[in-house]
Design a protein around this ligand. Structure first.
Ligand SMILES: NC(=O)c1ccc[n+]([C@@H]2O[C@H](COP(=O)([O-])OP(=O)(O)OC[C@H]3O[C@@H](n4cnc5c(N)ncnc54)[C@H](O)[C@@H]3O)[C@@H](O)[C@H]2O)c1
Length: 279
C-alpha cells in the first residue's frame, strides 16, 4: 500500500511542533493528519480523549508522531497545563497552535438560556483566548511561532437564530485580526479560518432546536462545498504564505464581499428572507 505520509518533510507548516485543540473529530482531526503528513509532530488535544487517541492512532499507523491529551479549552488552568505538557511530550517548544475546538449552537435569541450562552462562549471564545494567552509568551520567548484560530463565516454573516455562535466567532475573528498586526514584529504568524459548511459532527454534538437540527445536519453532510481535509490543507498553505484570512468556499467569499460592500443592504436582505422561514 502507498504510504499516505509520503509527502513528509514539506516544512514549514509552521514549523514542526504543533498543538491542535478539538483534534478528536472533524476539522481538528484533518489539521492534525495534514500536519503529520507535512512532517510535524502533533499534540492532539480534545475534551473527548477517545477521539484524540483515534487521531493519534491514525497518525502513528502512517509513521507520524503524535500524542493525545485530554483538555477542556473552556478552563484556563487546563490550557495552561496543555502548554507545559505539550512542550514536554514534543521534546521541543511548540511552534504552532491551532485553536480549533468549538461547539454548535442555534435557536432564537429568546429560546437560549444564559447557560447556553455561557457554554458556547466558554468553548468557542474563551477557549481561543485561553490558547493565545498561554502559548503566545512561549512564542515570544523563542523568537517566533504561529497561531491558527478557527472562527467561521458566521463571524460576519450574522444569520438569524445563531446569535450566541455568531458572537463567539466574531470575537475570534476580531482577536485574530488584532493579534495579526500586534504580533507581526514578534515574528508570530496568525491566520483565521472562516468557512461556511464543512461536513463534521458539529451539529450532531451541538445544541440546536429539534425543529431544524436534523435538516441542518443533512445540509451540512450533503450540501457542503468542501471537505475538512481540503479546508485544513488550504489553511496551512495560507499560513505558510503569511496571510491572515482563510475563507475556503465560494459562498464564504461572496458573503464577505457583499457584507463589506453593502452592509445595510446585506442586513435588509437577511431580514427580508428570514420572514419566509417557516416558524
Ligand atoms: N463544520 C462546520 O460547518 C464549521 C463551519 C465553520 C466553523 N467551524 C468551526 O470548526 C471548528 C471545529 O468544528 P468541527 O466542525 O470540526 O466540529 P466537530 O464537532 O466535528 O469537532 C469539534 C471537536 O471539538 C471538541 N471539543 C468540544 N468542546 C471542547 C472543549 N471544551 N475542549 C476541547 N475540545 C472540545 C469535540 O470533542 C470535537 O472533537 C469549531 O470551532 C467550529 O465552530 C465548523
Amino acid at each position: 500500500m502507498k504510504n499516505p505520509f509520503h509527502f513528509r518533510a514539506r516544512k514549514p507548516s509552521y514549523d514542526g511542533y504543533a498543538v491542535v485543540t478539538g483534534a478528536g473529530s472533524g476539522i481538528g482531526r484533518s489539521f492534525a493528519l495534514e500536519l503529520a503528513r507535512r512532517g510535524s509532530a502533533v499534540v492532539c488535544a480534545d475534551l473527548k480523549l477517545e477521539g484524540a487517541k483515534e487521531t493519534v492512532a491514525r497518525i502513528q499507523e502512517a509513521g507520524g508522531t503524535a500524542h493525545a491529551v485530554k483538555c477542556d479549552v473552556g478552563k484556563a488552568s487546563q490550557v495552561e497545563k496543555l502548554a507545559a505538557e505539550s512542550e514536554e511530550l514534543l521534546g521541543h517548544p511548540v511552534t504552532l497552535l491551532i485553536n480549533n475546538a468549538g461547539v454548535g449552537m442555534g435557536g432564537k435569541f429568546d429560546e437560549l438560556s444564559l447557560e447556553d450562552w455561557k457554554w458556547c462562549m466558554d468553548v468557542n471564545l474563551w477557549g481561543v483566548i485561553h490558547g493565545c494567552h498561554h502559548f503566545v509568551p512561549g512564542f515570544k520567548k523563542r523568537g517566533g511561532g504561529a497561531i491558527i484560530n478557527v472562527a467561521s463565516a458566521a463571524s460576519y454573516t450574522a444569520a438569524p437564530e445563531m446569535s450566541a455562535y455568531n458572537v463567539t466567532k466574531a470575537g475570534v475573528r476580531a482577536l485574530s485580526e488584532t493579534l495579526y498586526s500586534e504580533l507581526k514584529r514578534d515574528n508570530i504568524r496568525v491566520n483565521v479560518l472562516c468557512p461556511t459548511l464543512v461536513p463534521t459532527n458539529i451539529i450532531k454534538d451541538g445544541r440546536l432546536p429539534a425543529r431544524y437540527s436534523k435538516l441542518a445536519d443533512h445540509a451540512l453532510m450533503h450540501y457542503a462545498m468542501t471537505t475538512s481535509d481540503d479546508v485544513a490543507k488550504l489553511t496551512l498553505n495560507r499560513l505558510d504564505r503569511g496571510e491572515l484570512y482563510t475563507t475556503p468556499q465560494v459562498d464564504a467569499k461572496l458573503f464577505w464581499m457583499l457584507k463589506r460592500a453593502t452592509p445595510n443592504l446585506y442586513a435588509n436582505l437577511l431580514g427580508f428572507s428570514y420572514r419566509f422561514v417557516k416558524q
